[in-house]
Design a binder for this molecule. Structure first.
Ligand SMILES: Nc1ncnc2c1ncn2[C@@H]1O[C@H](COP(=O)(O)OP(=O)(O)OP(=O)(O)O)[C@@H](O)[C@H]1O
Ligand SMILES: [Mg+2]
Length: 404
């Protein structure tokens, strides 16, 4: 495990077995006592408490992994149409973010308000100020009400006779901006993540505990904001000596959080942790299927790499740039790897080795669909629907005559 004193990158094209490997890796790390935080945008890790093969079983009747009690699952509340309903997963906690902690520009960004819409941004600023002055804790709902108050002019100062025509125009523009801003804030109500309180960080940081933050259903901006917020909290504790155990932070689809050619809200803090984390015993695992799309700086901070099948030449080049240890020979091997085969490089191993990954104990979230089986079910559905339609027309025959 001392090979883990560096950040780790797990790189492979889609379907090659990254999540399978990561699941196996973290189940063993957990049993060694690690604190692990997984940012999971696709619900790939929500089934870890069940044994493999139990994917379809409700949690209460499924066979569990020996470390099931050491795993916490957080989900954004109120998201409809999940891939894995709570009944399959067992006890879940609410992942929420305290809305009142966002400043007005962050709110405007998240709501999708353009940077140039300065009137709308100002409207949000004054609505937030009003709420704060009133000592109110607030969520998007309350902010919308405050904006609507501004829009209807109810909170406006009494206008005097001297009010010039220009000031009147300004006032009406402000009201219009507030109305528009309120419409944008409606976007935020779609994500029940915004609440009066944050997740309890202390709960996330227990030793020998794996916490899955299931961000499925949140859009990329929201996911990046949530990641930033949690990472900052962890980092604040790390640099002030409040972290008593090493912590492993896993970023799935990390190219979305820390892309190569642009910045997300989370880019900065991830770069900081990538550059300085190991001094404070905060270790990153960056998982990506597009190494050419992730920030090369962050990638090259990963002292260990596990690379699986990779055929895209851009992605191969990115891997080559990020890792000194990879030879031209190894690079040529990458397209030919089978599912579950991996090349391990860097601090994890004395010399580069090829390994076959097998024997995972826990159930997977994102396992491949059996397409033949799915299509058979589709055909059955069509057949059933056609039969029903046929019966219905036959049955409707005489009744239609009656009505006639
Ligand atoms: N070592 C392995 N042994 C057996 N099956 C495996 C192995 N690795 C992966 N698989 C199977 O291959 C499929 C894809 O694996 P996985 O979900 O881990 O891929 P991935 O690289 O994470 O893909 P994506 O980028 O789409 O998330 C799954 O159905 C999984 O069960
Ligand atoms: Mg995956």
């Amino acid at each position: 495990p001392n090979g883990l004193r560096r950040h780790l990158a797990i790189i492979a094209q889609t379907g090659a077995g990254k999540s399978y490997l990561a699941g196996k890796f973290f189940e063993s790390l957990l049993q060694q006592g690690a604190t692990i935080l997984v940012f999971d945008p696709n619900s790939d890790y929500v089934q870890l408490r069940k044994q493999t093969g139990q994917e379809e079983r409700p949690y209460h009747s499924a066979e569990r992994t020996p470390f099931a009690d050491d795993i916490l699952i957080y989900r954004i509340p109120g998201i409809q149409g999940r891939r894995f309903p709570d009944t399959l997963i067992g006890d879940v906690r609410s992942f929420t973010v305290r809305f009142a902690e966002l400043n007005h520009d962050e709110i405007a960004d998240l709501a999708g308000i353009s940077e140039r819409a300065s009137n709308q941004r100002r409207a949000i600023e004054s609505a937030c100020e009003q709420l704060q002055k009133a000592g109110a804790d607030y969520r998007p709902d309350e902010l919308i009400s405050a904006l609507k108050d501004i829009a209807s002019g109810s909170k406006e100062e009494v206008t005097s006779d001297q009010e010039t025509a220009q000031e009147a125009v300004l006032g009406s523009e402000e009201r219009r901006a507030a109305r528009k801003a309120a419409q944008y804030i409606e976007n935020l109500r779609r994500f029940p993540i915004w609440d009066y309180h944050d997740v309890n960080m202390q709960e996330l940081l227990q030793p020998q505990q794996l916490t899955v933050l299931d961000l499925a259903g949140a859009d990329k901006l929201v996911a990046a904001y949530a990641a930033e917020r949690i990472l900052r909290e962890v980092w604040k504790r790390a640099v002030t000596g409040q972290l008593h155990h090493p912590i492993f932070i896993v970023l799935e689809e990390s190219h979305n959080l820390i892309p190569a050619n642009s910045q997300t809200r989370a880019s900065r803090i991830i770069n900081t942790v990538a550059a300085e984390g190991r001094k404070f015993r905060v270790f990153l695992t960056l998982i990506t299927q597009r190494p050419s799309k992730i920030s090369p700086d962050a990638l090259s901070q990963c002292g260990s790499q596990i690379i699986m099948q990779l055929t895209n030449p851009d992605d191969q080049r990115a891997v080559q740039k990020a890792s000194e240890a990879i030879s031209a020979d190894l690079l040529n091997d990458l397209p030919g790897l089978n599912k579950g085969e991996a090349i391990v490089l860097g601090q994890l191993t004395r010399i580069p080795v090829m390994v076959r990954i097998a024997g995972r104990v826990s159930a997977e979230g994102g396992s491949d669909v059996d397409i033949v089986d799915e299509l058979r079910r589709a055909r059955q559905d069509v057949k059933a629907a056609r039969m029903t339609a046929k019966f219905r027309t036959q049955a409707a025959g005489p009744r239609q005559q009656e009505e006639w």
